[in-house]
Design a protein around this ligand. Structure first.
Ligand code: TXA
Ligand code: MG
Length: 336
């Protein structure tokens, strides 16, 4: 299935354009020609390729250095387009109507005529679909007309990008175009639900579990803890234990700080020894989880650049967006 991989084109000239109307048209053309385009969604920046062009998808895996068994999310403009590529049962329709466009990805059975390339779904008979709300993502999807597969626009294993500058620092010379639409609003990736007979949470993300449970009217099934592992065939692909790692080691639930450490704080309580820390950034001094999610990846990148021995992270509450924040922090702490 992967034998027709084309060699990676590094040394490409990567254009960065402000995300205006002309740039959106250029992005749609570039995708149609098999190019790779990074663009903002409300969660994180995505790296897009035409979902129907296997060679473009092969280039995308190469540009990210992503293991090809880890499948991609297909992005479409609306539910009608989504129903061309996946089969929706009553629950899936209810969730899509409640939360699309927005930070929710549904994993559903492919339709018989699904045009998403096998390479993008890693040979599975399911496909992950998302309808992003960001106006630039919406404009590109409408101008392009088809499904666009887009993982986060970072080198595989790095922290996801929340600004165009983050994308450029990882992928310049490896992709064709970056549309700069400013900083994203949500800051963590979409929540992923598998929706077969019952909905199952595969990845906590930008849509809090509580909101989904309110629509379903019952608690969501959880993945067993041991589904998060480093096997080549994880139960849910992409649930690799280490995935969002900065280069500096990360220490969780820190209540006191060593002088060589950088501090990632949360809330107004002071950590013991914080005054002597190498650097301090506060995810949200007000203790607001939405603000903390929006700041998380950018602050991890900044603290990673301080040359600290360790990034010590204060405890973050586990409700609402805290579940996704703690998931990403836990993965960052596993290291690579
Ligand atoms: O917010 C987001 O979801 C961003 C923006 C760009 O849309 N995208 C994103 O993509 O986070 P990525 O590739 O970094 O993560 C997609 C996750 C992976 O963990 C992958 O394994 C999982 O979705 N996935 C994709 N297709 C799947 C499938 N058929 N079954 C189970 N998991 C799947
Ligand atoms: Mg990613």
């Amino acid at each position: 299935m992967f034998k027709d991989l084309t060699p990676v084109k590094v040394g490409l000239k990567t254009q960065i354009l402000p995300a205006d109307e002309a740039a959106v048209a250029a992005a749609a053309r570039c995708l149609a020609e098999g190019g790779l385009v990074a663009f903002p969604t409300e969660t994180v920046y995505g790296l897009g390729a035409d979902a129907a062009q296997a060679p473009a998808i092969a280039r995308l895996y190469e540009a990210k250095g992503r293991p090809a068994f880890n499948p991609l999310i297909a992005h479409v403009a609306d539910i009608d387009a989504a129903r061309q590529i996946a089969r929706f049962d009553a629950t899936a329709i209810r969730l899509a109507e409640a939360f699309w466009p927005g930070p929710l990805t549904l994993v559903l059975p492919k339709t018989a005529h699904c045009r998403v390339a096998e390479l993008a779904t890693a040979g599975l008979d399911t496909v992950a679909i998302r309808v992003p709300a960001h106006p630039v993502a919406q404009a590109i999807l409408r101008a392009f007309g088809g499904a666009v597969v887009a993982p986060s626009a970072n080198i595989s294993g790095h922290v996801s990008p929340t600004t165009a500058a983050h994308v450029a620092s990882d992928l310049t010379g490896r992709i064709d175009l970056i549309l700069d639409g400013g900083a994203v609003s949500v800051g963590v990736e979409s929540t992923i639900l598998a929706c077969f007979e019952e909905a199952m949470l595969l990845r906590p993300g930008g849509l809090p579990r509580e909101a989904i449970e309110r629509v379903l009217g019952h608690a969501l099934q959880r993945l067993p803890e041991d589904a998060v592992n480093d096997d080549a065939q994880p139960l849910a692909p992409g649930m690799l234990a280490s995935h969002y790692a900065p280069r500096t080691p990360v220490r969780l639930n820190a209540t006191h700080i060593e002088p060589d450490e950088a501090l990632l704080a949360f809330g107004h309580a002071a950590a013991e020894g914080a005054h002597a820390a190498k650097a301090v950034m506060n995810l949200s001094a007000a203790g607001d989880l939405g603000e903390a999610a929006a700041n998380l990846f950018g602050y991890l990148r900044e603290l990673d650049a301080k040359g600290a021995h360790t990034i010590a992270v204060m405890p973050v509450p586990h409700h609402g967006l805290g579940e996704a924040i703690n998931d990403r922090l836990r993965r960052a702490a596993v290291g690579r």
